[in-house]
Design a protein around this ligand. Sequence first.
Ligand code: SAH
Length: 460
Amino acid sequence: MKKDDIFNVAIEDITSEGAGIGKVDGFPLFIKDAVIGDTVEAKVMKAKKNYAYARLMKVLKPSEDRVDPPCPVARQCGGCQIQAMSYEAELRFKEKKILNNLKRIGGFEGISLEPIIGMKYPYRYRNKAQFPIGRNKEGRIVAGFYAGRTHSIIENRDCLLGVEENAEILDAVISWMEECQVEPYNETDGTGLVRHCLIRKGFRTGELMVCLIVNGRKIPDSDVLVEKLMCIKGMTSINLNVNRERTNVILGKETLLLWGKPFIEDWIGEVRYQISPRSFFQVNPVQTEKLYQKALEYAGLTGEETVWDLYCGIGTISLFLARKAKQVYGVEIVPEAIEDARRNAENNGIANASFYVGKAEEVVPQMFEREGIHADVVVLDPPRKGCDETLLQTIVKMQADRIVYVSCDSATLARDLRYLCDRGYEWKKGVGVDQFGKTVHVETCVLLSKLNSTQHIEVS
Ligand code: SAH
């Protein structure tokens, strides 16, 4: 098999990254945008020893699960991977992906998941978007998204995962740039001013925030820009963020308020959050609430429990659980996030949540050894790489009754659950929650509980 060869192939499976898999005489082809059940014409782009990447040229016979992608740039844009798959098929794929990892990596046989919690509508769910701004080949100012793996901008002011106001805001920003001759930033030589436009919306409050990321501390004719933006319904906060570094990191350290309040507000459950341009906030607040509702249910709180929320971010889970627990302790590595967590606790009158800055794998063992701290329930919500083994070891020593593991990567989840289940814990239940429709990402929430003491296995 070599580059540019063309084959007709039936799609039988899908990779965890969302590419269709079809075989030619047993030799697998990975074909982006092909759906299980399709027969397609595919052209080999890159042939390796045991597999090849191929490009979908034509759908010869569409799968029952194939739909027309609603976004005109679905194939070029790096944001979505599986727009051509119906949402029902997408949820089946995500559930299977979680179960496969639990079985293959975690060795969990004979377990089942509660039915996956999908979205009502898998578009328009993101409350945050960061649009790069640049010039296209013809020299026109464009805003959009990076094509997969590259930094060329695919023009798209109305990403269907984001809110409708994004287009209106970008129209205003670009018309200001054109009228006032403001140059977009040029990555190759570091010249120009406007790099990105960050937009956030409070879904329950309707408040909008715009933050223009610029290669400087000032913009020309800022009154013209503010004039255009402030009349958009919901506009609450207009900011400049200074980023003069030659880097891919989007936001710089300094943020200057141009108009309105320096933050917007939104709710998750009964907790109100202040969101500034740099703060972390869940991008799909509707599904986040469903996920945390599951975490709360799995935690089985009666009001008497001490709960440790590890990898707590701005304390979203901590504060969600605090009203039902005796005491919640949150641990997070980013100091600014902990400042937000403390302020959010105070603003919401929550007095039984305290927060520690540091690595969970350092803070928790120290607290356990020095102060003999106890946990009835441990909640884990680590980044993709999962938990550090030192942390898991300490949790086993702490003998928490229940562990609620919230995970954005079911492969590392499976690895960590195996560790815990080899050392005195058992699988109780789990569920997938889709927070990121049309992408291959899915969240999982799992409950483990301590085996009773006769069954308990000592750790060395
Ligand atoms: N539970 C939070 C955020 C989870 S995202 C929420 O629901 O909003 C994972 C978090 O883990 C991030 O905030 C990240 O900064 C933090 N983190 C990464 N490595 C860490 C470590 N070793 N110890 C503690 N926190 C860590």
